[in-house]
Each structure stands twice: as structure tokens, then as C-alpha cells.
Ligand binder design. Structure first.
Ligand code: AMP
Ligand code: MG
Ligand code: ZN
Length: 356
């Protein structure tokens, strides 16, 4: 089921910034998340490396898709998860980030992207707190949804028929889990400004001194809010879906006599203005920091590699060359540096176009 012609067809453009996940989902009969995930785990060699059984992966992905679609959310559903996973792959592969990470870390990044909104209720953290929901009580009003996505996912993994991490060693599992928790908690918008400030400070140092977990969390957060930097049609569609979800929350708030959350009143929300604000104050500054971070990663890698190719130390090569696909792309002349330049150009020009 996971390796059919249909699976191949719907993931055809998976390496491209212009990958249209909404159309791909139609080709995939609504199952794009399982196809994107399986294709990527396979291509990064992670199914082999971590001895993931195909049947277990299939069971896990069926549960993922069904959990994502429990509340029939217009935006926070399995297609959004597939979008964030494919964009994360773009950062790993085209921007060369995978060369900086071990296999386990690449696996953790893709896994975090797949599960980052699992069982999303279609309502915001603010709504959970204000309506005193069960999950707000469980997580004491702190990063309610993000804790919920993580906890529900790791609960799934207690069933061996679903546990795609069953062949990780005890230490690998501990490190993997800790990275995934840091990344998914980092998608909470309340930590956005603080995290960006810390990252900017770290990047201003002469020496490249960014902690891997922090860097990985920045990447996932940027991928999560990346749709304004995609093609207009794709961005427009995502915005319409998210606002419809927000408006449905506003309808519930009205019914419960709660104050409207920001952007949730369908009668008074100025859509275009709010989007310009979101792009100018949130997305653009994030992408700028991401660009600097990716440039620094590549600079650090280039320094390690030295002027001639192949001069990586054996230890470094083992740590930083997780994926033969990436090596072969480099060998075919598409060096990391030029690809990074492309990425900066793509982000800058599409964001500007979308603002016009
Ligand atoms: P997540 O909910 O995990 O997908 O985190 C991304 C967050 O970014 C959303 O919950 C929104 O708060 C915010 N966001 C994404 N796209 C938009 C948009 N077009 N307009 C306003 N906020 C957005
Ligand atoms: Mg989220
Ligand atoms: Zn998300």
C-alpha cells in the first residue's frame, strides 16, 4: 500500500519548494501524509537504519491520519502535517541541513514534523484555557495543544504494532524523544519572539555556537508558518482554510459567551490586513533568521570539509553524512552553497510577491 504507483505519482515533486500538497493529496486520495512520510523515511535510509517494519509503519501512519482528521479541521489536518513534513525535507535536503545532522536527528526532525499537530482540536490554546477544557486542565494552561500532540503520539507508541521506534537503542530513544519534545513545544506561537531573540543573539557570535536542538526547533517552527512564502495560490488556499477554522472557533466563543480570540470574529476580522501583519511581523523576521542560520551551518560545514572535496575527517563524515541521496546531489555539481542562495532568493521573492 505504501509503495504503489499512486504513492510514486503523488510525491513526484517532493524535492521542490513549489510542491503543491493540496493537489498531491487529491492524487493520493486523501492519504498524502502517509505517502510523503514513507517516501522520505525510505529515501533518507531511515527505514533500513532504524529497522522500521513496513507493517508497523503502515499501522502508525493510519493512526496518524485518523487522529489528524478526528475533528475535521479545515486547516489543522493531515494535509497540513504533510505540508510541514515536505517543507522540512526541503530544508534538510535542498538547504543541506541534513549534512549537519546525524541519521537519528534527521529522523527526529521528520518525525516531529509529521506529529506536530496530531489530534489538533481545531481550536487554539487560548480557547482551551478560556473554555477550561480537559486538556487545559491536564497541561495547566501551558502549551496545551503542543503537549497534547506529543503526549498522544508517544502514547500510540506504547502499542508495539504501532511503535516505529521499537528498534532504537535505549539511549537513541531518550535523545530522539527529547529532541522531538523540544521541537514540537517550539511550535507554540507564545515562544516565538523569545526564541527568535535568543537565536539572533547566538547567530551574532563570531563562532557558530548554535545548539542543535535549538536550531532544529527553529527550522520546524519556520516550516510550520512557511505557507506565506509558497506560491500565491497555495498560500491563499491555506489562509482561507485557517481563517475558516478561526471563524468556527469564534462561532463557538460567541455561543459560550466568551470574548472573541484574535482573528476569530467572522464579522469584523480584516483578512488582508491581518495577513500583512502576520507576514511582516512573524513570517519575514523568522525566515530572515532561518536564512542566516542555514548559511552559518553551511559555512561551518564547508570549513570542516576544507577546500578540496572529500577531506572530511572519518569521524565527521560518519556523523554528518546520513544520506547517500544528498551526497549524490553534491557530486552532481549542485553544491550546498548555490542551493542555499536559491533558498534565500525563493523565500524573499515569494514573500514580497505575496505582499503585493
Ligand atoms: P500550528 O497551529 O502548529 O500550525 O502553528 C502555526 C501557527 O501560526 C497557527 O496556529 C497560527 O497561529 C499561525 N498562522 C499560520 N498561518 C497564519 C495565517 N495565515 N494568519 C495568521 N496566523 C497564522
Ligand atoms: Mg501546532
Ligand atoms: Zn502546524
Amino acid at each position: 500500500m505504501l509503495f504503489t504507483d499512486q504513492a510514486v505519482q503523488c510525491t513526484e515533486n517532493i524535492d521542490c519548494w513549489s510542491f503543491d500538497v493540496l493537489s498531491a493529496n487529491r492524487v493520493a486520495n486523501g492519504q498524502i501524509l502517509r505517502h510523503v512520510t514513507t517516501d522520505l523515511l525510505n529515501r533518507y535510509g531511515l527505514i533500513h537504519k532504524f529497522k522500521i517494519q513496513t507493517a508497523v509503519l503502515e499501522n502508525f501512519m493510519i493512526q496518524m491520519e485518523s487522529g489528524y482528521n478526528t475533528y475535521k479541521n479545515p486547516y489543522h489536518n493531515s494535509i497540513h502535517a504533510a505540508d510541514v513534513t515536505q517543507t522540512t525535507h526541503y530544508m534538510l535536503f535542498q538547504a543541506g541541513l541534513a549534512n549537519w545532522l546525524t541519521d537519528m536527528e534527521v529522523f527526529a526532525m521528520l518525525f516531529a514534523a509529521v506529529i506536530h499537530d496530531y489530534k489538533h482540536t481545531g481550536t487554539t490554546n487560548n480557547y482551551h484555557v478560556m473554555s477550561r477544557s480537559d486538556i487545559a486542565l491536564i497541561y495547566n494552561d501551558r502549551s496545551v495543544l503542543e503537549n497534547h500532540h506529543l503526549s498522544e503520539t508517544f502514547r500510540l507508541l506504547k502499542d508495539q504494532n504501532l511503535n516505529i521506534l521499537q528498534n532504537l537503542s535505549r539511549d537513541e530513544y531518550r535523545d530522539f524523544r527529547s529532541l522531538v519534545i523540544e521541537m514540537v513545544l517550539g511550535t507554540d506561537m507564545t515562544s516565538h519572539f523569545n526564541h527568535l531573540k535568543i537565536m539572533k543573539k547566538l547567530l551574532a557570535h563570531q563562532e557558530f555556537s548554535v545548539d542543535k536542538a535549538k536550531g532544529m526547533a527553529l527550522v520546524l517552527h519556520c516550516c510550520d508558518i512557511s505557507h506565506p512564502s509558497k506560491e500565491w495560490r497555495v498560500h491563499y488556499h491555506w489562509t482561507k482554510l485557517l481563517l475558516e477554522e478561526f471563524f468556527q472557533q469564534g462561532d463557538k466563543e460567541k455561543e459560550l459567551g466568551l470574548p472573541f480570540s484574535p482573528l476569530c470574529d467572522r464579522n469584523t476580522t480584516p483578512v488582508a490586513e491581518s495577513q500583512i501583519g502576520f507576514i511582516n511581523f512573524i513570517v519575514s523576521p523568522s525566515m530572515e533568521v532561518l536564512g542566516t542560520f542555514l548559511d552559518k551551518v553551511q559555512l561551518a560545514l564547508t570549513r570542516d570539509i576544507g577546500p578540496g572535496e572529500g577531506s572530511l575527517s572519518a569521524e565527521h563524515e560518519e556523523k554528518t553524512a546520513p544520506n547517500p541521496r544528498i551526497r549524490s546531489i553534491q557530486a552532481s555539481g549542485k553544491g550546498i552553497k548555490s542551493v542555499s542562495f536559491d533558498l534565500g532568493m525563493i523565500l524573499e521573492s515569494t514573500i514580497k510577491q505575496n505582499l503585493l
